[in-house]
Design a protein around this ligand. Structure first.
Ligand code: ADP
Length: 206
């Protein structure tokens, strides 16, 4: 039963690492950005409502985002744990999630923070824009999203640090390296991949 969050500036590789954690720890990766993009692509009422906001790199209003996460966490696959990727992003979302989990008698176990340098991020995002053709990856939008992140989301880090939940991981280097660091940091907190408990204790014996 692992309930975790992953946070980090846009372009720090959150999505990639979240995908890996999902498969290793047997929990669903719930990415609010992916859910919004999927809705925009399919032109659902929600998608139509949020398209301009997401394309501009601004945050979708908390009421919409909170409701979406509440519904997603009610689904069957999220009962055995989850990794929330890109949520919460504002202090109001933190409060909402606190209340939501409390009402279910659930607790977060860890908040993974990917730390990455700004220049590295901009070059990664420019590359991703070319590969994936994301409408929110123009250079202006990238810069704008970094500013929004610093203003709205970096204060959350302190909240989770104060709660003793923060697991800081250096996000620079190749994907495997970063994944290895996350795994090691989680294992220090007693959070281990599915089916890896024996392997880990064997290593510590050797
Ligand atoms: P990135 O990894 O580049 O930050 P995401 O895929 O996480 O991008 O999110 C893309 C966009 O979706 C955000 O810029 C924002 O418009 C919207 N979004 C995603 N999560 C949230 C959230 N928790 N609150 C508000 N808006 C969000």
């Amino acid at each position: 039963m692992t309930r975790m969050l992953i946070v980090g500036p846009p372009g720090a590789g959150k999505g990639t690492q979240a995908g890996r954690i999902t498969s290793a720890y047997g929990i669903p990766d719930i990415s609010t950005g992916d859910i919004f993009r999927e809705n925009i692509k399919n032109q659902t009422p929600l998608g139509v409502q949020v398209k301009a906001i997401v394309d501009a790199g601004d945050y979708v209003p908390d009421t919409l985002t909170n409701e979406l996460v509440k519904n997603r966490l009610e689904q069957q696959d999220a009962q055995a744990g989850f990794l929330l990727d890109g949520y919460p992003r504002t202090l109001d979302q933190v409060r909402y999630l606190d209340e939501l989990l409390e009402s279910k008698g659930q607790k977060l176990e860890a908040v993974i923070q990917l730390v990455a340098d700004q220049d590295e991020i901009v070059s990664r995002l420019t590359k991703r824009a070319k590969e994936q053709g994301r409408a929110d990856d123009s250079e202006d939008a990238i810069r704008h999203r970094q500013q929004v992140y610093l203003r709205e989301t970096s204060p959350l880090i302190d909240v989770y640090r104060d709660r003793g939940l923060l697991v800081e991981v250096d996000g620079l280097g190749d994907m495997d390296e970063v994944a290895g660091r996350i795994k090691a940091a989680l294992s220090e907190r007693g959070i281990n991949p599915v089916g890896a408990r024996h392997a880990v204790s064997d290593e510590s014996v050797a």
